[in-house]
Design a binder for this molecule. Structure first.
Ligand code: PLP
Length: 383
């Protein structure tokens, strides 16, 4: 077959997949400005790990750079490198640990390192000396998460070692909360108090005062006294609250709509089961439509028999098990046509499906729903 027989070559943009994430950058901007206003004079380090919680690393970073964000936070070195390769010039802290021979790469891309032990700090100092540069470092203190960082009760030795380094700029000292999105803030108080003691010591031993920071979304919303020099909002920047019980002291709005279209319509007869495992069937004729989205896109399979979608302003149940690439929706006696919009997350008129609802159906948290939406789903930006 030659190309002539399939007509003129058209651009990929014209045949882009109808299963899409629409991301409203105006809403992310509003959310950011609200957070900034609420915490001022503290600085703000928006967190962009895991593809900016699914919203697209580069676009979100460009937006925040244009809005003069003080700092950006990512989880792994590769995310930081990608940002530098796409023209992001503002400071970037990599929150995860350092391993192997990463230190020269951090230095090459001017990324801020997290030092989580005296040993790592000394390695950074040595490599920076060899390369004749100054490394910018934030020290990580563990106040009750038991992941990475020097325990608060060993922090004095860590800080003393930091003061002695010659080629390291200790620009920040930080910790992380384990329970700040809970109603009961006693553990968060305990962690903050442990961190305040470390700060107290740091203020004595450092000539140049580092930036102290500990607050994630939960703490920004619930414990303003923990704002300190800088805050690190992640999920709330995208308009999603970190838990149901958290105080919604800042009103943020979700920036993302996940939509697809109807690609197939049929009538399903009684006793004709739907999908893998034949887990669902009716006792009467129903109308059903097929939608090209599945767990291969991050529409999680364990939402089967619970999930709903919106078509023509009304909610309908997903029937049968969710496949890798397709779902079937029961519209009973209603009408729907090929090409009709199907909303998986988002709203149409009075009808809304939230990230939180998907998290409930899947037995998980909103964070996992957002970060699971695969790169196979094109991101479309509303500027
Ligand atoms: C992910 C993360 C954050 C942001 O957390 P949210 O709950 O999404 O606000 C802040 N700090 C660190 C160290 C993180 O890993």
């Amino acid at each position: 077959m030659n190309n002539a027989s399939i007509g003129p070559i058209i651009s990929l943009d014209e045949v882009i997949r109808p299963t899409q994430l629409l991301i409203d950058l105006r809403i992310i901007k509003e959310n950011f400005l609200k957070i900034k206003e609420y915490v001022k004079p503290s600085k703000v380090m928006p967190i962009l790990k895991a593809n900016a919680y699914g919203h697209g690393l580069i676009k979100i970073a460009q937006l925040l750079q244009d809005l003069n964000a003080d700092y950006l936070g990512v989880a792994v070195l590769e995310e930081g490198i990608l940002l530098r390769q796409h023209g992001i010039k503002i400071p970037i802290l990599v929150l995860g640990g350092i391993w192997g021979n990463q230190i020269p790469i951090f230095l090459k891309y001017n990324l801020t390192m997290t030092a989580s032990s005296i040993e790592k700090l000394k390695q950074i100092d040595e490599v920076a000396e060899q390369l004749k540069v100054k490394a910018i470092v934030h020290l990580k203190i563990d106040t009750g998460m038991e992941r990475i960082g020097v325990h608060y009760y060993n922090a004095k030795d860590f800080l003393n070692a930091a003061v002695k380094t010659k080629n390291v700029i200790i620009e920040g000292i930080y910790s992380h909360f384990a329970n700040s999105e809970k109603k009961d803030l006693s553990y968060t108080e305990l962690q903050l108090n442990r961190f305040l003691e470390v700060i107290n010591y740091a203020q004595k031993v450092f000539k140049e005062q580092p930036l102290f920071h500990i607050s994630n979304s939960g703490a920004i919303l619930q414990m303003p006294k923990a704002n300190l020099d800088m805050v690190r909002p992640g999920i709330m920047l995208y308009g999603v609250y970190p838990s149901k019980e958290v105080q919604k002291s800042i009103e943020v709005k979700p920036a993302l709509t996940w939509k697809s279209i109807v690609v197939y319509f049929k009538v399903i007869k009684p006793n004709h089961p739907v999908g893998y495992g034949s887990t669902w069937q009716t006792d009467h004729n129903i109308r059903a439509v097929t939608v090209p989205v599945g767990y291969g896109d991050g529409y999680m399979r364990n939402m089967s028999h619970k999930a709903e979608v919106i078509i023509r302003g009304k909610r309908y149940p997903v029937i049968g098990t969710i496949s890798m690439d397709q779902i079937v929706v029961n519209i009973e006696n209603d009408s729907a046509y090929n090409g009709d919009e199907v909303i998986l997350i988002g709203s149409d008129g009075n009808c809304e499906i939230t990230v939180e609802e998907l998290a409930d159906w899947a037995g998980t948290i909103p964070y996992e729903i957002l970060t699971n939406i695969n790169t196979r789903v094109p991101r479309i930006y509303i500027e």
